[in-house]
Design a protein around this ligand. Structure first.
Ligand code: BES
Ligand code: ZN
Ligand code: ZN
Length: 459
């Protein structure tokens, strides 16, 4: 069941006429004089994305005129379910399969609200499933984005490391994936020392969640997501303004879970692995300190320049573990740096990879599905900024320039054997509301990634 999309035909279904801007005047000529006058009297301007309710002879709303741009995308109709009068609607005219699928997913996502703590009183309109829509694909997108958004929106008080582990178990259980959780001091036994160091100050034990699914002989696709359930900054404590949104610091984990769910749901022929280091970067007597030197899983020693650069530490150990089995494709996602947001803003996914073919595919699919990525350089000449006099590497850079790049270069130190690696530094959050995309947790780059993985490995 896709929320607010119905298959059963009812009697009182209002048509939505979707008309391109330049075609509106022509279309009007085919309509009744009354409708033409109605539209003219209200001074309706045919601009992309606008709609107007059309009256019936009984005085009720009989139909909708919606003005569309040249291209369809998933968000084109996402504003309608909350703005049309309650009831059921259908799209008048034929849509190709891709557009029909987008319309369905976007309509349903237009009814998303984070209603765990406050009832959503909006009365949404429903859509009749247009013919040709790939229902399974639309549902897959809606479910993944809903999962990602909900996980990010739930405050850390209700979504600590243990609950993030449980959320993973739920997804794993649905698709019969195997899951191993390494919790608390076991992280030391099984050599995830930096996950332990970052997470040990919290009352909730740090953990490494490791999920595996699919045919063992299939190409190995491994996803690693930053699961910092709350980032106080640690002893290098954040300001109030810097901390207020930090429930979203598990946005990388949420996104890789959403992507994993899409891959398993589509039954793509890959051997999927998901690694989520889940911690809270908290403050207490046993917190790791600025100037501490940690020994990583890889053996490299890491000097702590700043305890607020914690994401790269937990990712480093998880990436090392991922890298050990030489995956065909290694993807990590993280709300890693404020610097990435300065560079590309909140709505582009800053993307780092040395694999030009992979980036080309990401860019093309990202454009096609309106899930934009933007390439940033893995500029090796900046590696010196991470040099430490007394350890193999520092977790923060000297100088403070190019913060997103040096963070990516830090991660790169821990990826040696993967055939291809890509790192996403994402916002994980909408800072403004758009139709279908309210302020709050958001999926980044996973629709683009799903398309790329499907094209590369799909059957
Ligand atoms: N979780 C933050 C990054 C972040 C901040 C993402 C704001 C999105 C919005 C990360 O752990 C962090 O604090 N990074 C520091 C790194 C610095 C100490 C080198 C940053 O970006 O300021
Ligand atoms: Zn931090
Ligand atoms: Zn963080």
């Amino acid at each position: 069941m896709i929320p607010y999309v119905v298959t059963a035909a009812k009697d009182d279904i209002r048509p939505i006429f979707v008309v391109e801007k330049d075609m509106v005047s022509g279309w009007l000529e085919s309509r009744s004089a009354a409708e033409q006058r109605w539209i003219a009297d209200q001074n309706f301007k045919a601009e992309d994305g606008r709609h107007i309710l059309l009256p019936g002879s009984d005085g009720g709303v009989s139909a909708i005129l919606f003005v569309r741009g040249r291209d369809w995308d998933i968000w084109s109709l996402a504003g309608l379910p909350s703005s049309l009068p309650k009831g059921t609607y259908r799209i008048e005219g034929d849509l190709d399969a891709a557009a029909a699928t987008d319309v369905v997913a976007g309509w349903s996502l237009g009814t998303y609200a984070f209603d765990r703590y406050k009832k959503d009183e909006t009365e949404y309109a429903s859509l009749v499933m247009p013919s040709g829509a790939d229902e399974a694909a639309a549902l897959r997108t809606v479910r993944a984005l809903t999962l990602v958004r909900d996980l990010i929106n739930i405050p850390a008080g209700d979504l600590g490391p243990a609950a993030l582990e449980d959320a993973t178990s739920q997804v794993a259980g649905e698709y019969e994936a195997e899951q191993v959780n390494i919790v608390g001091d076991d992280l030391l036994t099984y050599h995830f020392p930096m996950v332990h160091a970052v997470g040990r100050a919290s009352d909730q034990k740090p953990r490494l969640v490791d999920m595996i699914w699919g045919d063992k002989k299939a190409p190995k696709v491994t996803l690693v997501g930053k699961g910092v359930c709350f980032d106080t900054g640690g002893l290098d404590i954040k300001s109030a303004a810097g901390m207020i949104l930090m429930k979203k610091d598990m946005g990388g984990a949420a996104n890789v879970l959403g992507l994993a769910q899409m891959i398993m749901d589509a039954n793509l022929p890959v051997r999927l692995r998901v690694l989520i280091p889940a911690v809270e970067n908290a403050i207490s007597g046993n917190a790791f300190r600025p100037s501490d030197i940690l020994k990583s899983r890889s053996g490299k020693t890491v000097e702590i320049g700043n305890t607020d650069a914690e994401g790269r530490l937990i990712l480093a150990d998880a990436l090392t573990a991922a890298d050990e089995e030489e995956p065909d494709l290694l993807i990590d996602m993280a709300t890693l740096t404020g610097a990435a947001r300065v560079a590309v803003g909140t709505e582009l996914s800053a993307t780092f990879t040395d694999d030009n073919d992979l980036y080309a595919a990401l860019e093309a699919h990202g454009k096609a599905v309106k899930d934009a990525v933007w390439r940033m350089p893995l500029w090796d000449d900046y590696r010196h900024m991470l040099d430490s006099k007394i350890a193999d590497i520092n977790n923060t850079s000297s100088g403070g320039y190019a913060g997103a790049i040096t963070a990516a270069l830090f991660l790169k130190e821990f990826v040696k054997k993967a055939k291809s690696w890509v790192h996403f530094d994402i916002m994980g959050y909408n800072t403004r509301s758009r139709p279908g995309r309210p302020v709050g947790g958001e999926a980044f780059a996973i629709r683009a990634l799903f398309a790329v993985i499907k094209e590369r490995y799909g059957n």
